[in-house]
Every structure is written in C-alpha cells, then in structure tokens.
Design a binder for this molecule. Sequence first.
Ligand code: UN1
Length: 508
Amino acid sequence: MSTVLTSVIGGARVPSGAGRLYRSTDPSRTTDVVAEVSLADADDLVRACEAARNAQDAWRDVPPPVRGQVVAAIGRLVEANKAALARVVTREVGKPYAEALGEVQEIADTCAFFLGEGRRLYGHTVPSEMPDKQLFTFRDPVGVVTAITAGNFPVAVPSWYIVPALLCGNAVVWKPAEYAAACAEAFYQVFAHAGLPDGVLNVVYADGPETFRGLERALVRGLVDKVGFTGSTEVGARIGELCGRHLQSPCLELGGKNPMVVTEDADLTLAVEGALFSGFGTAGQRCTSLGTAIVHESVRDEFVRLLDEATRAATVGDPAGDVLYGPLIDERFADGFEKVLGWIGPRHAVHGSSGTGRISPSNPRDGFDGDAEAGLYYHPVIVDGVRPDDELFLHETFGPIVGVAPYRTLDEAIALANAPGYGLSASIYTTDPAEVFAFRRRISAGMVSVNNSTSGAEAHLPFGGNGRSGNGGRQSGIWVLDQFTRWQSMNWDFSGRLQKAQMDVVEI
Ligand code: UN1
C-alpha cells in the first residue's frame, strides 16, 4: 500500500515543483514501499518560508497561554494515537516497537512541559540606576524557524524544534528526512487536527541539495530567522557557514562519539547492560549511541567477555517483535556502515556475533529473527583494542558497533574520552563520588550520565553538545527558549526629565 505525499505550504497541498518522486521503503522488507513522496524543489522551500512569514504576524499575537492550549491539544492527540504513530516509526525506519513507543512518549513529554511554559515565558523587571525609571526584559519570537531533521528519531526530535518554536510564537517550516516521510506525514496530521492556523506549520519534502539551495535563497531574502538542524557534523558545518554569512546562529545538533568510562570498582553487570542498550539500541543509530567503552585494564577482559555474552544472547530481527535492534534505516545508512566495517583491522579483536557485516542466509547469526534476504540487518560488533589513531576511535559510526579501549588512570580515561573532539553525551560507571565529579568537570560533553548509559536523555533537560557535536546551543526544557526567542529590553522613564545613563549618577 502506498500514498503519494505532498508538501504542505500555507495549508495547501503542493505537488512537487520538479515532478520528482521518492520512494520510502520498509528497511525490514526493502521491497515494500511505505510511501511515495513528491519531492519539492528549492523554490517550494522559499514559498513555504513566505507562507510562514505571512502566518507568523497573527500567530505572534495569540497570547502565549492560548498557544499553550494548542500545544496541549497536540500532546493529547499524540497520547491518543501513540500506538499508531509508533507503528509507522517501526515500519518506516525499522525502530523496535518498544523504542518507537518511547520515542512517541518523548513528544507527549515535550508537550506537557511546554504547555506550562505558555503561562510562564517570563521576562524580568529590573531596577534602574536612576530614580523614577523602570527597566524590563521581554522574550519575543524570532519569526520564521526552519527545522531540518533526520530520520533516526523521525518524530521526537522534530517535536523538540516544532513544539517550543510554535509555543514561542514562531511559524515553522519543517523539512523532514525524505526517507522518513510517512512518519512526518503521520505527525503532521496531529498538528493539522490540533487547531493550528494555516501557514503556521509548513512541511516541505525535499532532498538535501534542493533544501540547501532553497535555504540559501530564503536567507538572502530575509525569510528565515532561525535554522534548526539535526544531522551529521559535515552537513551541520555547511549549514553553519551559510547561516553565518547571514549573521545567523543556527541551532545545530550534530554527531557524537560518546564514551563510557568503566572504572575498576564499577558494577560490571550494570555497565554491560548500559553498553548493550546504548551501543546497539536503535541499531547504534542514535546521536547518543555509545562509541567507545573506555575500560580500566583490570576489568577490561571481564567486561568484554560479559558484553560479548549479552550481545550473543540478544535477538536481532524484525522490529515489530521483541528484539535488541532491527534493520538499519535505509540503504544509505547501510552503505555508511559498510564503510565503517572496513575500519576494522588486524590488530582488533572482534566479538559479539557469529559473523560481521550484513546478516544473510550465507552469513547467519544465532539469535536472528527476521527476513534476512529482504531486510537491512547487520551483525552487532564489539571491537576490542581500538586506539586513538584508529578511524574507529575517532569517528561516529552510526551502526551497531562498539569499540573498547583500556585505560590505567582516570586522567588517561578522560583524555581518551575527549580525544575524538565531539562532546554530546558521556557516561561513567563508578562507585567513587570523587571520580564522578572529576569526570563531570573535565569531560567535554553537554550531557553526563553516572551509572547509566549514554542514551535516553529526558525531555526537560538541556540536550546538546560541544565541539563537533554542535555549536553549543541546547534544546529541550527552558534552555531551548533562548533558541526560539530574542530578548528585548525596555526602559521606561517617568521622571519627566532626560536622565542620562552613566552621567546622571545619584549621589548618596
Ligand atoms: C538523537 O539521536 O538525535 O537521548 C536524539 C536519547 C534520545 C534522543 C536521541 N532521547 O538517546
């Protein structure tokens, strides 16, 4: 079954300007088309930004508590359609159903938080240095927000942009991943039923090159005020460059090479459970996925043995079933992962499965439950002995592969953890509070977990990274308000005379 999806611009369905069609498939049965997508071109994206600009004028005047009610309606619709939304996520991007349900829950949590923010959106009253004068600050919407999102979290991550941006009084142009278009469409239906005026949320199905061209034109014409992007470090850097030329600072949430430090006195069972979840959950395709386990040399062999055992015991397969992980998202993710597998060298010891590479009838895995011929399934891989000069140590892998590196002192562990230059999520397993605080202080990471895995951030904490993981902005909770609002200050002088700051100093 398949439907042709078209972009939504100013409330109207707009077939592709270029007449190009994209087929989004089920990665567990790549012959099954989930949706046909009519691809927009650069001009469509510009038109969407114009529609957003027009709609924003009225939307910014809707009182924030009323905008909060729309957010509440979105949350209720998400709750009511949780299973249906999760099923689409499972089908189109191959995420195990339990994880897909968690992803949908993350939207509901986000709505629950921002509903309340509609009644807060505080400014300040600030004392003046002069008598009979009062200072204030106000948060104003930035205007038009363009959100460009990836397909590994095809509905939750978009909600981190769209929900707060709308609450703050912005209009949004959303460019979802085309390979997750059915998910985007299902999520758009929620917004359409929540009472949003036409043009306040526009959806543009486009590929990368057309998006880039359209964004450039829209920026030149002053139609975009904030760009949000979740995706690779390389594309994020290009977006940052483009925005910088127009004096804009985008919100960039990029890759990660997330370390987990396992100390000598760590609870190894707990650490292995965490490594299994964050290394292989979502087939390693989270930006918070575990990259390298940095393990004290005295427990390294035992850690590898236990992780190998747990990985072999887990089932990989059909994401509708009870599995550790399902297929990779689509062919381009599979191609990327094939390249990563080429980084495994003779000095590495490989564990975790009965083979490596794509699972197939001729390269089977014990503990596999899916259609190996038709699905993009890969063996989980644990690579012991990665070193700082290995590509496997330095780069994000976006697939089911975990590196293991030994360390002797905490200083060395922290240096190894910081070495790849990302800085999204980092975890430490220890029973020593002194180690916790030393690690927290010196690790460059936006998010630190103690005795928990690198994945699974809660929806009301700041989310984002340092270094190659982003440009320092944070999403979620109150912190994201700084992305989608601008501060305005106001001074109000009721003295009836010209009081000059810094010059008319009050004597005491
Ligand atoms: C992402 O992969 O882009 O913390 C986001 C987590 C999820 C979000 C990941 N809540 O792993």
